[in-house]
Design a protein around this ligand. Structure first.
Ligand code: SF4
Length: 305
């Protein structure tokens, strides 16, 4: 069938792109789960086992929310004091939206609510030690971005922040709030940022100049400059990962891959590597779709909080 010609914004005649049939979707979190441990991917994306939110995860969600709202303020008002003033109201909002968060302190263990809010404010101090938000005007915050690769796989996720320089250069910024050893998670964090870089490149035709990790606890910045060649290879990796997920699903064969990240896994009790037995494979898992939880901030292996 011949594609209908259309007129583009410059008045030139162009061919309508062939329709794309998306067969599946993949978020960076779920792709990284499979890379970390196929069984973890199964527990989260196919069995959809609930995971009890942890204090670290909740703190990460809260700090991300505050940093997002901070940029709603006029530039001159983006001070540490203003950010501190946002902490309690944003926590109240999150608890209203997810009442189970209020159960975090029910056991009376680890920290109480006041100490929790203070620890979130301390992370914000780490943010102000490495950036001055009065000098920034982000192009996007908590933005959903997506692209189709290999003609049928939708890759998508929410990036924390996208800065666009006057010359059009892109900088992808990701806030890291976890207290876990950084070396245990850095590869996963970079995988996530390359995922976003690939989406931006495929949709905007521009390779981001900088992928930036902001480690708030340590008040450190980690910059990475991706290359187009590297993103081509990364795209192949993502597609190969999806094929491996499809194969594992067809065979109902998701094996555990123990590592030090098991310490952060919610599902040790069901894991054969820890003497557990996984539940029966769900019969409706023919086409797992990790899209539904692309927004989540997982805390277990590879926490990207
Ligand atoms: S405990 Fe470790 S090996 Fe088992 S599912 Fe979790 S991450 Fe995988």
């Amino acid at each position: 069938m011949t594609a209908e010609p259309t007129i583009d914004s410059h008045g030139d005649q162009t061919a309508t792109p062939a329709p794309v049939t998306v067969r599946a979707s993949l978020s960076p979190s779920r792709a990284a789960d499979f890379k970390t441990c196929p069984l973890l991917y199964r527990f989260r994306s196919i069995d959809r086992l609930p995971e009890r939110p942890t204090v670290e995860q909740a703190r990460g969600t809260l700090v991300h929310a505050v940093l997002e709202r901070l940029f709603d303020l006029p530039a001159a008002a983006r001070t540490p004091e203003s950010a501190g003033d946002l902490v309690a109201p944003q926590w109240d909002r999150l608890v209203t939206e997810e009442p189970e968060l209020s159960m975090l302190f029910a056991d009376g263990d680890v920290v109480g609510p006041q100490e929790f809010l203070r620890s979130a404010t301390a992370l914000l101090d780490g943010y102000f030690a490495v950036e001055d938000p009065r000098r920034l005007e982000p192009a996007e915050r908590e933005a959903l971005i997506s692209a189709v690769v290999d003609d049928e796989l939708l890759i998508r996720g929410y990036l924390d922040r996208l800065d666009v320089a006057p010359d059009g250069a892109l900088r992808v910024v990701d806030y890291k709030t976890g207290g876990a050893p950084r070396e245990a998670f850095e590869a996963r964090a970079l995988f996530q940022l390359k995922f976003y870089a690939l989406v931006l490149w495929r949709t905007r035709g521009v390779v981001p100049r900088v992928l930036r990790l902001l480690y708030l606890k340590d008040a450190e910045v980690c910059d990475y400059a991706p290359e187009a060649d590297e993103l081509v290879r990364f795209e192949r990796t993502v597609v190969a990962l999806w094929r491996a997920i499809e194969q594992a699903t067809a065979r109902q064969d998701f094996r555990p891959r123990p590592s030090r990240l098991c310490d952060w896994c919610n599902h040790q009790a069901l894991c054969p590597s820890y003497g557990g037995t996984p539940p029966p494979f769900p019969t409706s898992a023919a086409a797992p779709d990790p899209l539904v939880d692309a927004r989540s901030r997982p805390v277990a292996p590879g926490a990207d909080e």
